[in-house]
Design a protein around this ligand. Structure first.
Ligand code: SF4
Length: 308
């Protein structure tokens, strides 16, 4: 299948068990063709053709190890044991976590690496025009959820990006919409739920600036706006039938620099041969190099066990 010979389908060929995530929705919002290639065609990762990709992968692996260390520390394993033998940059990141873990987090309920899912479209039933189709699910994996019985909830996302992301950028990210929205909608099933939007805050914590986390408070207007935006995106995606319905982002110098230079599909899309310089990527989320195994993690058979 190529961009010149688009495939036409009767309906969008997503698996019934496909779960939308902030990553797939962000991919669609950034460039509809990305969504098509990554999540509908599930195009395998192209050959590694540039060192920035390998560099990025190495950084992502370190990030995964950091998350594992924090996860173990959060469940009570002795941090000294965990620190033993760590090399840079992990040693520095973990030390920053130990010195700057937020001290004001709720302590009654602490959930680590928790997956939550809700039906998508979410109630009210029939609010999105997908008659006859079972609802998909919206899923998110949370680094840490800390809650009090009175309903105060803090969501923490540990970031190992090279730089602290600008708060205005974070506010625009679909992760900032999806995580609090989904948590509120799923919260009735928790011992500390249900919670109201005003009781929830999303906090991004950075190894690059551990004393300067970014906090974004959720509230009812944001919650309703999130519902609207997410369902609009879903309706647009499900209205697509073929590759042609998922156009490439406009070919402008700014879009090439912002999206295509860091996208694994740029050769296929004729949007340049050389990868962007990974050292210029402030946030790993800007580097679109989705690994289908990871991107589709929520389509695994274990989803029903995790679902609310
Ligand atoms: S290379 Fe550019 S146009 Fe192609 S999928 Fe990636 S972001 Fe979209």
């Amino acid at each position: 299948m190529s961009a010149d010979h688009p495939t036409v389908t009767q309906s969008l060929p997503l698996l019934d068990t496909f779960a939308f995530s902030q990553s797939s929705l962000q991919a669609y919002a950034d460039c509809a063709r990305r969504f098509w290639l990554a999540y509908v065609e599930q195009l395998p990762w192209p050959a590694i053709e540039a060192s920035p990709v390998q560099e990025h992968e190495a950084h992502m692996r370190l990030g995964s190890t950091f998350h594992l260390l924090v996860q173990r520390a959060e469940v009570g394993i002795d941090p000294e044991r965990l620190s033993d033998g760590l090399a840079a940059p992990l040693a520095g990141w973990f030390s920053a976590y130990l010195r700057h873990r937020p001290t004001d987090l709720p302590t009654h309920f602490v959930e680590v690496e928790r997956v939550l899912t809700i039906p998508f479209p979410n109630a009210p039933a029939g609010s999105v025009g997908v008659a006859g189709q079972p609802p998909y699910r919206l899923a998110a994996k949370y680094d840490l959820i800390a809650a009090e019985p009175d309903g105060r909830v803090v969501i923490i996302d540990w970031k190992t990006t090279r730089r602290r992301t600008d708060p205005a950028t974070l506010r625009q990210r679909l992760q900032t919409l999806v995580y609090p929205y989904l948590l509120v909608e799923a919260s009735a099933a928790f011992p500390w739920g249900p919670v109201q939007p005003e009781q929830v805050e999303m906090r991004y914590w950075f190894t690059a600036a551990p004393s300067q986390p970014v906090t974004i408070r959720h509230d009812r207007p944001r919650h309703e706006a999130a519902h609207e935006r997410l369902h609009q995106l879903l309706a647009q995606i499900l209205a697509g039938r073929s590759e042609a319905d998922f156009p490439k982002v406009a070919d402008t110098p700014i879009n090439r620099k912002r999206f295509c230079d860091y996208c694994i599909y740029r050769s296929r899309c004729n949007r340049g041969v050389m990868a962007g310089d990974v050292s210029e990527v402030g946030d790993a989320d800007d580097f679109f190099a989705v690994d289908p195994d990871t991107a589709l993690e929520f389509t695994l058979e274990d989803l029903p066990e995790l679902a609310f």
